[in-house]
Design a protein around this ligand. Structure first.
Ligand code: PLP
Length: 416
């Protein structure tokens, strides 16, 4: 049993399981204190897009930290934030003209919700109802849990969560039901619809077609309901394009980005908004300013890391790496799909997922058992209930990905 005082996130303390200590990261590889080399097959919680310790990002962080480490961002600005905001305006959909900074995926969604409610209040037609999708996940703050799936994660906080209207996930063959439910909910009046485009991550790597995403956006537009795209996980190339929204040819009213924004090296998030959303908060009336901040809003070091990430996207063959990884995921998943325990294999861009035949809920002991077996095999995979998914850094080598799939095959044999 460890004598560490650390209370880890989403970790069951009490089993006395050893918690490996990582001392160094390099590309898709992690080196532990006891000398093991572990392949990071989930990009360390979906953040490390270009691999660990990318030299350009590491250098940008060191350089910026020596020049300007932190500056209050209310009423002050700095070069790295200005540069990043301009780059994002160029890279992201044209209608998203404003960039609001925060520190994590959760806060980017909290900010989006607050922007949507402020928009309606300041237009003089207050609306409070938020539409969400079943199985959605948007973070672990009270606000973001409210718009996410209800269950074991948030049972203790239920009385504090606000009411939302949930529409069904567009399961294959039932897309029209989702669209009808959304249309009805919009007719009843709503401030916004918040959704993860194309892939619902923590809800089980559930995937749905771009056509459905496009139709959902169209419904919201027709009813004047703000469309919030939470691309915290799907953004920065995960689904094969810079944004998942791109595949549906849509532009949201509000866009949430984090994780890959800094190449996963340091916390930072942005919520991008359309001009009408910003305009509703622009006034000579002090009561209409946007009341949100955190101490580290737009931290210069984090912005410098994000600028390095943008430079990598512009100057390195990132899309080629994504295409090669996606292709390899197709091949490896097809080979694995012949295993008797593999159910519902699916892929979107660089993300591959399937369910293990053994039915098991999120809290069953199947996931921790598989996690421990993967650790023994020096592969970092963290199943969601009985869903195994592979979401590696784009720089993972073919041989490393092969090792990940070999480990999965062995673990399936052991738990089946
Ligand atoms: N939104 C989505 C779609 C996510 O996948 C996550 C995290 O996994 C979040 C929001 C929350 O991000 P963070 O953990 O950085 O607060």
């Amino acid at each position: 049993m460890s004598d560490s005082p650390i209370w880890h996130p989403f970790t069951q303390h009490g089993l006395g399981e050893p918690i490996p200590e990582v001392v160094r990261g390099e590309g898709a590889l992690l080196h532990t204190k006891d000398g093991a080399q572990v392949i990071d097959a989930i990009s360390s919680w979906w953040v490390t897009t270009h691999g660990h310790a990318h030299p350009r990002i590491a250098a940008a962080i060191a350089e910026q930290a020596a020049v300007l480490d932190q500056i209050i961002f209310a009423g002050w600005t700095h070069g790295p934030a200005e540069q990043l905001a301009r780059s994002l305006r160029e890279l992201m959909p044209a209608s998203l003209t404003r960039v609001f900074f925060s520190d994590s995926g959760s806060t980017s969604v909290e900010v989006a919700l607050k922007m949507a409610l402020g928009y309606w209040l300041h237009r003089g037609e207050p609306r409070h109802r938020i539409l969400v999708m079943d199985s959605g996940y948007h973070g672990d703050t009270i606000g973001t849990m409210s718009v996410g799936a209800r269950g074991a994660f948030n049972r203790a906080y239920k009385p504090l969560l606000f009411d939302v209207t949930s529409i069904p996930f567009p399961a294959e063959g039932a897309e029209q039901q989702t669209l009808d439910a959304l249309e009805n909910a919009c007719r009843d009046g709503a401030a916004a619809f918040v959704v993860e485009p194309l892939v619902l991550g923590a809800g089980g790597m559930l995937m749905y077609p771009a056509q459905t995403l496009a139709e959902m956006r169209g419904i919201c537009a027709r009813h004047g309901v703000l469309f919030i795209a939470d691309e915290v996980m799907t953004g920065w190339g995960r689904t094969g394009t810079l944004l998942a929204c791109e595949q549906a040819g849509i532009e949201p009213d509000i866009l949430c980005l984090s994780k890959g924004l800094t190449g996963g090296a340091i916390p930072l998030a942005v919520t991008m908004a359309s001009e009408p959303v910003f305009d509703a908060h622009r006034s000579e009336d002090r009561a209409r300013m946007f009341f949100h901040s955190s101490s580290y809003t737009a931290n210069p070091v984090a912005c410098a890391a994000a600028n390095a990430n943008v430079a990598i996207w512009q100057e390195e063959p990132v899309m080629d790496r994504i295409a090669a990884l996606s292709e390899r995921q197709v091949e490896r998943l097809a080979m694995l799909a012949t295993h008797q325990s593999v159910r519902n294999p699916r892929r979107m861009g660089t993300i591959a997922a399937f369910e293990v035949g053994t039915a098991a809920g999120y809290l069953s002991d199947l996931a921790p058992r598989m996690l421990a077996l993967f650790r023994e095999k020096n592969v970092l995979l963290r199943p969601l209930g009985n869903t195994i998914y592979v979401m590696p850094p784009y720089c993972i080598e073919a041989g490393q990905l092969d090792q990940v799939y070999e480990a999965i095959g062995e673990v399936l044999n052991e738990v089946a």
